[in-house]
Each structure stands twice: as structure tokens, then as C-alpha cells.
Design a protein around this ligand. Structure first.
Ligand code: GLA
Length: 722
């Protein structure tokens, strides 16, 4: 028996092993737990261990890196497409690739596959970021034939999962209710989510997590994410050997992607991480990857995340220079560092039924342009940020009146409206040039250091000369953002799309913050943020303290609860703080100072999160050196237990002692407290890391819809943080 020829990429806790095949693409031997050696696989090649039962085709092989239809693979293919013939009919719909060559350089593996009959080549690239156990992959298809080839599907990544991976976690959602976790059991057949809304979508997130009974802190889990802000498909399908296959890639409308002879299609990038330590282990991997490899900060490094004041829920469209200047003054007094002027500032924008596309200051509201406001803000020591929604046009706008043909549309079909607006066809050069010139002019004219880049509707009739142009739209958006960032590298960008509808690793190549949701009701936000934080680190999560009652739900909450819920994100205020009492403003100021004191821990440490029984939710962020951590505890509902549970902390150094102090001043149920809690409230409670991790922290009684934030600092003299 011959020995298997193998390639092995190895991370801290994860391995990828492929085996060469004599008659097809390499096959998967491992994508999961780390192996110290691949000797066990070398001893018996896959073919040698696989009998062919009756009724099985000889070509029904094990799962390869590119299983294709037509030669004996009956499950979902990793590539689908065909070659329309001049006389009618399609050919080259059956594919069979063989390995032309594969090369490994360190932790990067490139496979070159050829189908000489269909005249196609595919290059698969796998790079394992070993410092964070994230596999980064894409596929590239080249049409080597003399006629065009129509691509219906090409998986960016196609991997097997073990039979034990029986639970899938993903999100559903809608405006003001994004990142709603859904857990489903996998059975026989195919689990599939498609997004055809043209933008990332809150309804169908481009990522999922699978494993066996997903736990927060234990068990093998796999997570995947597609770095793409357009249409996508994710699928997990059971195979005949009990395993499953997972595929993800961009979804195409019929005929959307046709490759001319010699042309190539490169898929969006797919990210896969494996952790033996449950959901929190997986999040830690993704967070590290995003921090170290994905984000491109102005000046190459993140600055402490400045406290925002965003004007939307404070004034909506009612912009009056005096009011805004007073608001800025009040904001500066409580410690705000960046003032963001939201929707309502540009030509004839009195409501959401007009003006998108006309990106110059409204002559009535800002007779002298934006300078008087910007100067006022900057004189108060704050940075200035501006809201734009460049991809859109209102039918009632100068731009649309001049160029109705610039909107995405299909001849003979009615224009489909969403929030009274249409989408511009970014793949038209004239549109692209107009948008670049307009934004470039704004950023050159004014000292704007931040754009809140919004995108408030799904794409529908995304037609470009009659053909579907969803994919081209996203590519053009990335080009536009890339060109603007190159011209104005000092500007940070927030990705907003009706709240959190464009949260993905594709947009993060250009953005520095994601507005997780328009819902800033503290209670609803807890759930939204828990989902968001599985894939994105806290410093990217826009989280604002809003008014009470909350504008999207009408629910009322105390300031402490509203403020405590914004931690661990990137803090902002979104209310008319001029209307607050002196007492409330003082409380806000104290909260902002807590945030400033703790943001280096919150925005660089390891996040763990979870839910306890008895309606309690928690998170903890621990600094890498384990000398400081912060714990957030939230009671959602009334307790139905006489005694609240104990929370065993982790991530702390068991050999150190820690002082626990309370940052919140929430009222606690009267006559119902414990000596431990009283100590934490007054002098600070000192406990050993060993005790906190083993015996745990007894949770004190809390009112429903209340929070406790606890600062944890090492007190050993040698390691005490300065
Ligand atoms: C969207 C955003 C909001 C706000 C409004 C302005 O809904 O999500 O935060 O900017 O647009 O129109």
C-alpha cells in the first residue's frame, strides 16, 4: 500500500491536512483539532480505508477541496456553471479537476487545479493565521476556453465537518433587532441560508458557528464568515459517510457572472476558525484576527476609542445652528470627544422623502456652510464627524432630476422604493466619479475626521443594462471606499446600514466601527450585542446611551442600566443632553470617566460572555497580562430563585489577588444584600484569583433590568497595574 502524500498547516489549536489524490483534487483529512504529526494519516491513504458498497459508483470518492457535479459527486458541488454554445444549449456543465501543482510556503498553501476538458482552472488559496487559528481562504476560477463561461456558484471555501457537529448557530433579524441568535439541530439533508438583498443584511448574516451542543466555554466549535457585503450563500449538508460539508460563497443572480475567454473570477475571502474551547474560544480567535490582520487604522494603530455624541435621536432632521452648538457645548462638558452630525444637514433634507444625492450643506440651515459648526466643535476640543449615505438617491433631488438613469433599474419594471429612495448604479463610471468627487470635496473642504457611512435599503431591481449587477455594486463600493481612504487616510469610517445591516469582514477592510443597531433600548441591545460580539471585537461596536423612554421601543430604563449596557463597546451618547437635569449630567460625566479609565482593557483584552440561568447575562474582558479585568452583569427579568447563582470567573491569574470594585450605583433591593456585596460597594472586595475562578463570585440580588459593572484589578505589589 502506498503512503499518502500530505500537506499540513498547523496553528496553536488547529490543523488543516490535505491528501493528494491520483484522480482528482486533494482530499480533506483534517480541518479541526491540532495534530502534532500527520503520521497517522500517512500510514493509510483514504482510498485504502474506503470500501465501495453495492450500488455505489466507482467515482464516489471522499470529500475533496473541490467536489464537482457530473462525474459521481451527488451532493452540492463547489463549482457550478456552464458554457453557452453559439447554436444554443450549454456545455461544460460537468467538471472534473486534477491537481496540477500545490505549493506550501510556511502556513500558506496554494493549489492549482485543472479541468482540461471543460477548459477551466481553479486556484485555491489557504492561509492559516497561526497566531489566532483563523484560516483565510478564497478560490479563483479562470476560463481557459474560447467561449464565455457562465458561473453559477463557486465556493470560496468547501470543507468537511464531523458527524458530531449537529448544532448550527446563526442570526436572523431585521431593522432595530439585528443579530438575533438562532440555534438549530442539523439533520439529514441540507441546511442553507441565502442572502439576496444585495447588502450584507440583518436577515441573513454571512457567518455561522457549528459544533456539538454549542457551549460558551467548552467543546469543539467551527465558525465561518464570508468577508463580503453583498449576496451570499452558506450551506451545511449531510454526506453519505455521516460527515457534513460546509460551503460558503457569493450568491449570483441568473447570468450575473459570465467569464469572457481568459477572464478570472476571484471569490470573496472566507474565514474559518476552530476552537476546542467553545464559543468564547472561537470569538477570541476572530477578535484577534480582526485586530491584527484586518483593520487598517489611520496612522496604523487604533487610538483610544473617542466618546461620541451622535445627533440623530437628539434632533433628527431639525438642524438649527444654535441648538447644535449648545448640544456640542453640553457634550464637551460631560466629556464627549467626537461630535457626529447625522442626517439632515444637506441641501433640502427636511425629512426622509428628499435630497439624497445632493451632498452640499442646506442653504437655510447652514447659510455659511458647515464651518461655523465645525469650528465651534473643534474649539471645544472635539473632533467632527459627518453622516453620509452616498450609494443612494432620492427621486426628489437635484441629482435624480439631472440623471434619472443613474439609479439601478430594469427597463419596463417599476422602480422599487425603500425609505423613499433608490440605489445608484455604482458600476457606472459617471456615478462613481460623481460620488468620489463629491465626497473628496467635502473631506478636502472641511476638517472631517470621521464619516458615518450609511446605506438604508436593500437592492431590488439591481439592473445594469438589463443584467443583474449586485456583485458589481459591492465591488464598486469597495473601490470607492478604497479610493477615498487612499486620498484621505486620516478619516475613520463607520459602517451603518439601517443600523447593523452591513456588518462583515469585507467592509472592515475599509471601516473602523459598525453601528450595531438603531435600537438603543438597553434591554434589547443586550441580545443584539451578544450576537454581534461573537464575530466582532468590542471596540468596533458602536454602542450609545440613549434617552428614556427608548425611541424604538418606548421602554424606560435608569441611566445606570442604559450606560452599563454600552460597555464594552465604543461609547457614544445619542440624546438631547441639554434636556437632562444637572444630576443626570453629572451621572453621565461619571460614566464617561469610567469608560475612559477602562477603555484600554475593554478594547484590547479577551472577551468572554455568557448567560446564566435565572435571567442573568454577563461578559468579562480581561487584559492580556491578567492584571485587570472588567465584568458586566445584567439581570433581565425578575429572579425566580431565592438565591442568585454563583459565577465562576476565568481568564484571571490564580496566583494573584484582585480587588473588585463596583462602577455602577444602581439601587439594590432593600434589606436583601450580602456581606460580600456590601464590601464591594464600600471598600472594594479582595479575593484571590483562585477563589474567583474556583469558588466563583456569588451574584448579589439585583432588580430586573439592572446592571452591575465590576472593575477587577490585581493588587499584588509586583504586578499591580499603574
Ligand atoms: C439610519 C441609521 C440611523 C440614522 C438614520 C438617519 O436609520 O441607522 O442611525 O443615521 O439612518 O436617517
Amino acid at each position: 500500500m502506498r503512503h499518502a502524500e500530505l500537506k499540513h498547516l498547523q496553528g496553536r489549536h488547529m490543523s488543516l491536512v490535505l491528501e493528494a489524490s491520483a484522480d482528482g483534487p486533494p482530499r480533506w483529512r483534517q480541518i479541526g483539532a491540532r495534530l502534532t504529526s500527520v503520521q497517522a494519516f500517512a500510514d493509510w491513504p483514504l482510498d485504502a480505508g474506503r470500501a465501495l458498497p453495492g450500488g455505489t459508483l466507482a467515482s464516489e470518492g471522499p470529500h475533496s477541496v473541490l467536489p464537482c457535479h457530473g462525474m459521481g459527486w451527488f451532493e452540492h458541488p463547489a463549482l457550478a456553471g456552464s458554457r453557452p454554445q453559439p447554436g444554443g444549449g450549454d456545455q461544460d456543465w460537468a467538471h472534473h479537476f486534477h491537481l496540477s501543482d500545490w505549493q506550501q510556503q510556511g502556513n500558506r498553501l496554494t493549489l492549482h487545479l485543472l479541468d482540461t476538458v471543460a477548459q477551466l482552472s481553479v486556484r485555491l488559496c489557504y492561509t492559516l493565521a497561526e497566531d489566532c487559528d483563523v484560516l483565510v481562504a478564497h478560490a479563483e476560477l479562470e476560463n481557459q476556453g474560447a467561449l464565455p463561461f457562465r458561473v453559477d456558484w463557486l465556493a470560496a471555501l468547501c470543507v468537511p465537518l464531523p458527524a458530531s457537529a449537529t448544532e448550527v448557530l446563526t442570526y436572523t433579524g431585521l431593522w432595530a433587532a439585528e443579530f438575533q441568535e438562532v440555534r438549530q439541530r442539523l439533520g439529514t439533508g441540507c441546511w442553507r441560508r441565502d442572502n439576496r438583498r444585495g447588502r450584507t443584511s440583518s436577515n441573513s448574516f454571512p457567518g455561522l458557528i457549528v459544533g456539538q451542543d454549542l457551549h460558551e466555554d467548552e467543546g469543539a466549535v467551527w465558525g465561518v464568515h464570508l468577508g463580503w457585503s453583498g449576496n451570499h450563500s452558506l450551506l451545511v449538508e449531510s454526506l453519505q459517510d455521516g460527515q457534513r460539508q460546509l460551503q460558503l460563497g457569493a450568491w449570483f443572480a441568473p447570468g450575473e457572472h459570465v467569464l469572457a475567454p481568459g477572464e478570472r473570477y476571484r471569490t470573496p475571502t472566507a474565514y474559518l476558525s476552530f476552537s476546542p474551547d467553545g464559543l468564547n474560544g472561537l470569538s477570541a480567535n476572530f477578535h484577534q484576527y480582526v485586530r491584527k490582520h484586518l483593520l487598517a487604522w489611520p496612522g496604523q494603530a487604533m487610538t483610544p476609542r473617542p466618546v461620541h455624541l451622535n445627533t440623530w435621536e437628539a434632533v433628527y432632521f431639525d438642524h438649527q445652528l444654535d441648538d447644535l452648538q449648545q448640544l456640542a457645548q453640553a457634550a464637551a462638558e460631560v466629556g464627549v470627544e467626537r461630535f457626529v452630525l447625522d442626517d439632515g444637514w444637506f441641501h433640502r433634507r427636511q425629512h426622509d422623502r428628499a435630497a439624497l444625492g445632493d451632498w452640499w450643506p442646506d442653504e437655510q440651515k447652514y447659510p455659511d456652510g458647515l464651518s461655523p459648526l465645525i469650528e465651534h466643535v473643534r474649539n471645544l476640543g472635539m473632533q467632527f464627524g459627518l453622516w453620509v449615505e452616498p450609494e443612494m438617491v432620492s427621486p426628489d433631488s437635484e441629482l435624480y432630476r439631472q440623471h434619472p438613469e443613474w439609479a439601478l433599474q430594469l427597463a419596463g419594471r417599476p422602480l422599487v422604493m425603500g425609505r423613499n429612495q433608490l440605489v445608484l448604479d455604482l458600476s457606472r463610471d459617471a456615478v462613481f466619479d460623481y460620488l468620489f468627487a463629491t465626497l473628496d470635496q467635502l473631506l478636502s473642504q472641511y476638517p472631517i475626521c470621521y464619516l458615518k457611512w450609511d446605506m438604508n435599503r436593500d437592492l431590488a431591481t439591481a439592473g445594469h443594462d438589463g443584467c443583474a449587477a449586485y456583485h458589481a455594486q459591492t465591488e464598486a463600493l469597495y473601490r470607492l471606499l478604497g479610493q477615498l481612504r487612499a486620498s484621505h487616510p486620516e478619516v475613520e469610517i463607520e459602517s451603518c446600514a439601517s443600523g447593523g445591516s452591513r456588518a462583515d469582514y469585507g467592509i472592515l477592510a475599509h471601516a473602523h466601527r459598525i453601528w450595531a443597531s438603531d435600537c438603543i433600548d438597553a434591554r434589547s441591545r443586550l441580545r443584539i450585542q451578544q450576537g454581534f460580539l461573537r464575530f466582532f471585537p468590542p471596540e468596533l461596536m458602536g454602542a450609545h446611551i440613549g434617552a428614556s423612554p427608548a425611541h424604538t421601543t418606548g421602554r424606560q430604563h435608569r441611566l445606570d442600566f442604559r450606560a452599563a449596557v454600552t460597555f464594552p463597546g465604543h461609547l457614544g451618547l445619542e440624546m438631547d443632553i441639554r434636556t437632562l437635569s444637572a444630576e443626570e449630567r453629572h451621572a453621565l460625566k461619571v460614566w464617561i470617566s469610567h469608560y475612559k479609565q477602562w477603555r484600554d482593557v475593554l478594547h484590547g483584552g479577551v472577551l468572554q460572555q455568557g448567560s446564566l440561568h435565572d435571567a442573568l447575562q454577563w461578559w468579562q474582558v480581561t487584559r492580556d497580562d491578567q492584571c485587570a479585568a472588567i465584568l458586566g452583569l445584567y439581570r433581565l427579568d425578575d429572579s425566580c430563585q431565592r438565591h442568585a447563582p454563583v459565577l465562576a470567573l476565568s481568564g484571571l491569574d490564580r496566583s494573584l489577588h484582585y480587588r473588585l470594585t463596583l462602577l455602577t450605583e444602581e439601587p439594590v433591593p432593600t434589606g436583601n444584600t450580602s456581606p460580600l456585596f456590601q464590601q464591594m460597594q464600600h471598600t472594594g472586595l479582595v479575593l484571590s484569583g483562585e477563589a474567583l475562578c474556583t469558588a466563583g463570585l456569588p451574584i448579589p440580588p439585583m432588580y430586573p433590568e439592572s446592571a452591575l459593572l465590576i472593575g477587577i484589578q490585581a493588587i499584588d505589589p509586583i504586578t499591580q497595574p499603574t
